[in-house]
Design a binder for this molecule. Sequence first.
Ligand code: SAM
Length: 322
Amino acid sequence: MSYLNTTIDVYKDAALNPNVGLCCTTTPVWQLPGLEVPKKMLEMNYGCGSTVNPRDLVNNPSILYVGVGGGMELLQFAYFSRRQGAVIGVDVVDEMMDACRENLLEAEQKNEWFKADFVEIRTGNALDLPVPDSSVDIAAQNCLFNIFETEDLKKALREMYRVLKPRGRLIMSDPTCEQPMNPALRNDDRLRALCLTGSLPLQDYIKMITEVGFGTVEIRAKRPYRLLAPGHYPTEELIYIESVEVCAIKDPMPADGPCVFTGKTAIYYGSEAYFDDQKGHVLNQNMPLAVCDKTAAALAALGRADLFISPSTWFYDGGGCC
Ligand SMILES: C[S@@+](CC[C@H](N)C(=O)[O-])C[C@H]1O[C@@H](n2cnc3c(N)ncnc32)[C@H](O)[C@@H]1O
């Protein structure tokens, strides 16, 4: 049986028997005025971060959400869009879609602003989305793509790119891991399906996103996620897993490569009012300017004694140059 079938079995079980600790995140659940999330949705929060950010959700966007879980993020997205069919949820597991639909009906009872038909649930696979080309403003997934092996991950990312409109946003949360994992971990289909052993180093994950064509990537958050400890898992070393929140924008690819923002800032502290690198970056004296990693490296390479480049904060969701 392939790992994709094991994944379906794992989430069939997670739909029938809600498991609070299944993915487990330290990201706080959104508290928004007038939003009441049903208890079962909270119990079925199988994400590893949040993909909902009000900054992305102005101008009534249409939203595709792949891997519906208990429906909590579908409800949160609908909070911002509030119109019939504005949010499309896609999943391959019938039992998960049934649980999600039931939870959305309960949410309708608890939230006077919400109608269950704001969300359309479609049967479909992340590897072959039942969604037309260039049709959505936001495409999101939370804690699903890390499960995919490399070729499937490429397919899933290409599908998200295909369905997004130009300048649309891919928003994802996934575990990442900087340590190599041994074959016993990597080849354990159940641990992979549980979002524990499929994760990539962050730079590899970013590279896969930019290779499908996204011209801009923002790393919005990076948090501790799980440990795989000897004695508990088939490993002799302690493995530390983080979870990241990432937004990739379908802008044209710059000629000199993608702009990846990891939270670096440039500050000019010389004696002039400003420093202009003549490449589109003007730094006012002692004012931080958010820069992408490419620009940070170019500014650092100037070797000036009056330019400071901060380390990555792994917390960036807007503003800056490029
Ligand atoms: C880890 S859960 C995350 C659920 C939800 N995103 C959340 O944050 O609570 C993974 C979800 O992806 C679904 N799924 C698994 N394989 C899939 C596939 N190939 N295509 C689409 N959905 C899939 C599962 O049924 C489940 O709903």
